[in-house]
Design a protein around this ligand. Sequence first.
Ligand SMILES: C[S@@+](CC[C@H](N)C(=O)[O-])C[C@H]1O[C@@H](n2cnc3c(N)ncnc32)[C@H](O)[C@@H]1O
Length: 276
Amino acid sequence: MTHDAPDLPNKRYLATQQYRDASNLNARAALHIRYGTNSYPWFRWVFDQALSVAPNEASVLEVGAGPGGLWRENLDRLPTGWRVTLTDLSAGMVEEQRAALADPRFTFAVADVEALPFANASFDLVIANHMLYHVPDRPKALAELRRALRPGGALVAATNGAQNIRELDNLIHSVTPDAASAEWRASFRHPFTLENGAEQLAPFFEQIETRRYDDALDVTEPEPLVAYILSIDSPAFRAPGVNAAFEARARELIAQGGGAFHITKSVGLFVARRRA
Ligand SMILES: C[S@@+](CC[C@H](N)C(=O)[O-])C[C@H]1O[C@@H](n2cnc3c(N)ncnc32)[C@H](O)[C@@H]1O
């Protein structure tokens, strides 16, 4: 199998390798779920924000929905009047959504957020959770999200702050200073952050509000950290001895931290309304 270098943004790499199924995403989510300091789960919090801006009867779209984690974690409180369309660039992700959410309130489609297969003004709420940083032509995608929303409809767009998990980046850099992972991480670190996202949304949306989720990681075991790093899928990580070096460095950092390696998080979302 050929392997694209992760010179992102690169849709083919995203759809057929990094996100061909949920395994890489799950390795990263596992670290957050296991060692996050906020006991209120992320997906519950995101759903609270969505509930705060959408009516009880609503047509809802999630773009780049991955395996549908937001909905799996909130099925118990899905408003009976919501009809939800889940989409993703990756066919493998859409298969996972379909398998997990067999409920007539859901429909599914493989779709690129830069060219949505929906009529104008189809939705009351659009959710883009940790995906806009992957999109090569973000103004095109944001114009599509605006077009798909009815006038006055709401956007919920979650992303990271520029300082998110910086200690983990430093760990990676200390072991593989030249790794392509640096570009991979930078590719979604900087293009759409909690700090620079509002100005990108402003041509398409108004009443833009930033809401932050207070969290950090206190990691006490090296293995989930190494699994997280390997999910980044850099060719540099396949060199002999690299796994062992990551594990040894992780152990050192955990010991230096008195039994826990502290990792900063900066994460949250924008809530905004469609410009008329
Ligand atoms: C970090 S994952 C987030 C998944 C999910 N929203 C979540 O929070 O668990 C990013 C997702 O965006 C999808 N994606 C990337 N570029 C996309 C595009 N241009 N259009 C639609 N989806 C895209 C990926 O396939 C992947 O499933």
